[in-house]
Design a binder for this molecule. Sequence first.
Ligand code: GLU
Length: 553
Amino acid sequence: MDDNLKLAELLFPDVTETVDDLERRFPPRSLPQDAKVTRFAPSPTGFLHIGGLFSAFVDVLAAKSSGGISFLRIEDTDKKREIADGVSGIIEGFRAFGVGFDEGVTGFDTETGDYGPYVQSRRASIYHVVAKKLVQEGLAYPCFCTEDELSALREKQEAAGTLIKGYFGEWATCRNLTFAEQEARIKSGTPYVLRLRSSGDGTRKFTFDDQIRGKIEMPENITDAVLLKTDGIPTYHFAHACDDHFMRVTHVIRGDEWIASVPLHIALFRACGFRPVKYVHVAPVMKEENGGKRKLSKRKDPEAAVSYFVEEGFPKEAVLEYLLTLINSNFEDWRRANPAASLFDFPFSFKKMSQSGALFDLVKMQDVSKNVVSRMDGATVAQYTLEWARQYDPDFYAVISADTDYLRQVLSIDRGGAKPRKDIAVWSQVKDSVSYLFDALYTPDYTLPDNLSKADAAQILCAWDAVYDPADDKDEWFRKIKGLCEPLGYTPNVKEYKKNPDAYRGHVGDVSTVIRVATTGRRNTPDLHAIHSVLGEEKVRARVADAIAYYEQ
Ligand code: GLU
């Protein structure tokens, strides 16, 4: 037997499956020709960063818009970073935003799809099959160097001023051990890692076509990178090649910090005999600070955590809608032309993504959210508000859940027409916006504009109470308010008042302000006729009576 085969048996005595077996077990997917297969592959840190949601959303969009498949894979090979239950945190995060994958991990111990397992720590046998083949072909070898030996190597390279640092060429002392030496060390239990035997030439360049940045030219990889760590767990690099090949991924969408590793990754795909994937390197989400740009930081920016948007009560549709404005600059024009279309119908393109990092702007996000909420009907707003309040504002929840029909009427005021109200960006604002419609939340505020006295107000309210009829439609209701003006010394005509202010005590706006203040405690509200209809005659009359009593004191 040749030494490589002997070494492979020595290292992987239990591996009987072959790479060909794996090729058959995970056959190419039968999908339309240009369908994209994408994956989101977070480490289970429990923290879902807005950049993660951004990138996962790109995965889902790319797959959906091409008739492909997206899936969720958990990359838990870095045990140091793992936190308990990190997987559930991530999955909950996606669920809250309606980013749905077609396959992959669905819960702590559950998954769906034919290309799994979708958790890397459960794929050791797959990595070992590929590793064994590489050893058999002389493309990988065990390295017994200790941490101390590796730091000594680095120091020597520093001192010698070598251009490239790392384990390669003549520095790679374990590269040329004889089989007898390897066997002796393995049998004596010396720990080892498995390294790629690189055939790269540092003076040669290669190019790859990044789907966002276009052609990128880089020198070939020359280092004998680690494939399996001493515990047999793969490095990110090796797992990336094995997983994205056998899960039949077409487009790897990931952070641009991985661009520097592409030469190694291409070398690994080639060594393994796999066809390389297409790469889509996404720039990080940025924030403006002191006129400059910096990465959104988990430590400094609360909005870096996706949970922030849930707690604040941003509608999930608005978060995705806003992310899409960051993902593709032409999205807003498309939205204006297609106000009612689903986000997933947007003709998304990698080429329109920013190379330098999209700027995250909370104010802009609020505006997008106001527009999104303005397109919802009252029942939807009520449903979302109840869900949010149940968790984040139990007192408010107790008030609004007592009569959900009433809540729906309240939240339908000025919604559904041609010019819907745009005052709500987050569910936490609903309380303030509707408080005067609930006795339990209502605190009267009888403050009047400076041009009106308490006596004026009492007089207007008494006159209005005499003509108010809850059966009146909006026109009749307003006609009656106008009708009160002249007998009380006001004009129904605002222009007329402006021309000749000394001739009147005020105009129709003042009269309606008094009624508004008396019945809502505010000077600005949506349509007052609609508010009165929702409040009902009894409450309207009671509030008017209380106001009159206050002004007459
Ligand atoms: N697990 C890697 C990370 O969290 C994913 C990189 C990739 O998508 O390939 O950075």
